[in-house]
Design a protein around this ligand. Sequence first.
Ligand SMILES: [Fe+2]
Length: 167
Amino acid sequence: MEDKETGLLRSVGCSERVIRHVLAVKELALRIAGEVRIPVDRELVRMGALLHDIGRARTHGIEHAVVGAEMARELGVDERLVSIIERHIGAGITAEEARSLGLPARDFVPRTPEEKIVAYADNLISGDRETGFDEALEDFRSIPGIGEGAVERFIRLHQEIEQWKRQ
Ligand SMILES: [Fe+2]
């Protein structure tokens, strides 16, 4: 099962460390998808979580999201998955932040529930360990160069997902 899920990642050169991370993100993202009361495409969440860090086969810089999206497109992956990969960094990155980070000057803000759940779950997994929101927020705040706007976006993402669980 796991080989089937991670075979593509191995074939493009992702490390075992990245693979352990994405498997943990997948578990948490699927758990969240099962808890929310809004319609969510669980298969899209599962595949999106598995592929979100595919770009780390080439780079661990912030641009791994853009590189990963390009790799996925070349592999003929569904555009909805390409968007999950491209928008998973931080809790979304605005066009202005993207420019100052040296990324293409467009926004990388997760929009669909599946994009948001993967981005959120990724923030709550440190390596392959689940941290919980408070620790994740502390870690998020300590990222060098992170702005208040980005921190606010992460808090709002948390609140939105908690709200989906109560709906
Ligand atoms: Fe990532």
